[in-house]
Design a protein around this ligand. Structure first.
Ligand code: SF4
Length: 621
């Protein structure tokens, strides 16, 4: 391979202790690129149908992409696995420096398989790879784990991805944390690590990443910097971090409030990016090579957590622990943000589990005595913080909520299912699909469940731009029509390639055009790719992921949203009266299936599978 790849896969078997290095096939790399592409391919190949996500047979694929560690701004890695939260394909990506470090150590991918009988951590120092005992680290928070491993290895530059107590206790939405506050948050990768008794992966690399055409890469980077400087949304990301989004979603009353009972939070300004900047913010932080620096570092100024340094808060937590729970206190949001990072949990699923419990309590479906005597009234600050801790420790009511809203509702019964705000088991982020109707499609069709970022639809629905899908004029957020279906299809393919490349979706999703994406891949790898090939790779990976899920039992019945969105109009604000029309939604689903070559039940047709070169996975069931 001319550039972009190290050509090596590191495979570590925790049951046997065997460590192997394998070659990466160039043909496979061109077909699936890397990241979520190669990860999904290998998951399908190596993890049999019906595998217990928390059993020994599940695997973790830590994947970089051809662009990782190059001058093209990205600091991410992707981890692919079968999810203990959704029981389908799970993947999660994280920013920071860990991904490039793995590449600098000489590996495109790390495969972790089997399970250890006692806690261990993996130490990768270029060619030198070993498993080390981690009994002494079991129970430590994520920041403590990183601090102690760095000290133990005598190197402050070591990059560490680790789990906290939530992963050890198999909280179904446990995350992996690297570089202090960067999280591979969604779908429960941390619980899979915990089930394997793998506490951490420490990496130190001293190599670089060769690119095929360095001059062309320089020109492209120059162009990217010009675009990012002139793009207003990117500027607001730089100024306010991801919390810039609070003003946009509140502006159209699509800021999920009190477990999606409304999209209008009357006190949203107390939670906004400018408020954060004026009150708690200490500094901005960025990933490897990225000029946007959308990360935040804040400090709690009062109360029992005074002085707590917070690597955030991010927009999603502002919504889930803020408006989602009826709370307007940014300090409480910040405390929750830091606590979920220290326990190692996904703040979206955790926050939604809390607002689910609060709504059940409000409706009389969850009694105070069943909730450990806690008062679950909306906005009760002490309760919100306490529930985060109880979930992270699987203590009392926290043990139920640690199952995620879908399973918790199933265990609780009493009709509580309708308050579990999720698709395929994955809880929604901070975008209300009645006020942002394109998001209804993205949530319903996401291959990892109710994810907000498998497409860039949210940008179209808030009326800003994504250069990945250039439009002459903004789309109407309150309309679900053929234009939204076309956007869904184009964006899911391009965003999948971003996640395979591996680029940051904030950066690439907004700044890159499809042609810039193709040029970047060509300049780095030396394979001349046009937009058509890039889109085809995205389609191939997306279809493969759907095929994996079909093998696990997914079909049209799962491509939906909770009844609330079809029957309860939004009560106030700009989106007042908005609701999803069931007939239109089903028609758009039919249109989507037809356009992507799936049958009316949402199963990819055999001719489409063959056309994409995926016939090795036939028959599906
Ligand atoms: S935009 Fe933010 S998350 Fe993305 S690479 Fe830059 S700093 Fe990291």
């Amino acid at each position: 391979m001319k550039g972009g790849y190290k050509g090596k896969i590191l495979r570590v078997n925790l049951s046997t202790g065997r460590i192997e290095k394998e070659n990466l096939s160039p043909e496979l790399a061109r077909k699936f690129l890397g990241g979520v592409g190669l990860g999904s391919y290998l998951l399908f190949k190596e993890v049999p149908a019906g595998t217990d996500p928390l059993g020994e047979s599940n695997k973790l694929f830590f994947c970089t992409g051809p662009l990782t560690g190059t001058r093209i701004p990205t600091g991410r890695y992707v981890v692919v696995f079968k999810s203990p939260l959704t029981s389908i394909l799970g993947w999660s990506s994280s920013a920071g420096h860990w991904g490039p470090e793995l590449k600098f150590a000489g590996y495109d991918l790390l495969i972790v398989e089997g399970a250890s009988s006692s806690p261990v951590y993996l130490w990768i120092d270029d060619d030198f790879v070993e498993l080390r005992k981690a009994q002494h680290l079991w129970g430590a928070t994520t920041s403590e784990t990183q601090r102690r491993i760095r000290k133990e290895l005598g190197d402050e530059e070591v990059r560490i991805a680790c789990i906290g107590p939530a992963g050890e206790r198999l909280v179904r939405f446990a995350s992996i944390i690297n570089d202090e506050g960067r999280a591979a948050g969604r779908c429960g990768a941390g619980a899979v690590m915990g089930s394997k008794k793998l506490k951490a992966i420490a990496v130190r690399g001293h190599g670089g990443v060769k690119v095929a055409d360095p001059e062309r890469v320089s020109e492209l980077v120059k162009r990217m910097y010009e675009v990012w400087k002139s793009e207003p949304f990117v500027r607001s990301l730089h100024l306010y971090g991801t919390n810039a989004m609070t003003s946009f979603t509140s502006g159209i009353a699509a800021f999920p409030t009190r477990n999606f009972q409304s999209g209008w939070f009357e006190e949203w300004e107390k939670l906004s990016g400018p408020t954060l900047s004026k009150t708690l913010l200490v500094k901005k932080a960025g990933c490897f090579g990225c000029p946007i620096a959308c990360g935040r570092v804040s400090v709690v100024k009062s109360g029992p957590y005074q002085g707590m340094v917070v690597w955030g808060p991010e927009y999603e937590h502002v919504n889930t622990f803020g408006a989602g729970c009826g709370n307007s206190d940014l300090e409480i949001v910040s405390i929750c943000h830091q606590l979920v990072n220290e326990y190692g949990m996904d703040g979206i699923s955790c926050g939604r589990a809390i607002s689910f419990a609060m709504e059940c309590y409000e409706k009389g479906l969850l009694k105070k005595e069943e909730a450990d005597g806690l008062d679950l009234t909306w906005g009760n600050k002490e309760t919100i913080v306490e529930l985060v801790k109880r979930i992270g420790e699987r203590r009392g009511i926290g043990d139920l909520l640690a199952e995620g809203t879908r399973l918790a509702a199933k265990r609780l019964g009493r009709g509580t299912e309708k308050y579990a705000m999720q698709t395929k088991g994955l809880e929604y982020a901070g975008y209300e699909p009645r006020g942002m109707k394109g998001m209804a499609l993205t949530y319903a069709l996401g291959n990892r469940g109710g994810c907000h970022i498998t497409t860039g639809m949210l940008y179209l629905d808030i009326g800003t731009m994504t250069w990945m899908y250039p439009l002459d004029s903004p789309l109407d957020p309150q309309v679900l029509d053929l234009e939204k279906v076309k956007a869904e299809i184009a964006l899911e393919r391009r965003y999948t390639v971003i996640e395979a490349a591996v680029l940051c979706k904030f950066f690439a999703g907004i700044v890159f055009t499809p042609s810039l994406l193709a040029s970047s891949l060509s300049a780095v790898t030396g394979w001349e790719m046009d937009e058509g090939e890039v889109d085809r790779i995205g389609e191939r990976i997306w279809t493969l992921q759907r095929m994996f899920n079909v093998r696990e039992g997914i079909s049209r019945k799962d491509d939906t949203l909770p009844e609330r969105f079809f029957t309860e109009p939004l009560p106030d604000g700009f989106s007042q009266g908005q609701v999803l029309d069931r007939k239109t939604f089903e028609e758009m689903l039919d249109t989507y299936y037809r356009m992507v070559g799936w049958d009316e039940n949402g199963i990819p047709r055999e001719e489409k599978i063959r056309e994409l070169g995926l016939e090795e996975f036939l028959p599906l069931r």
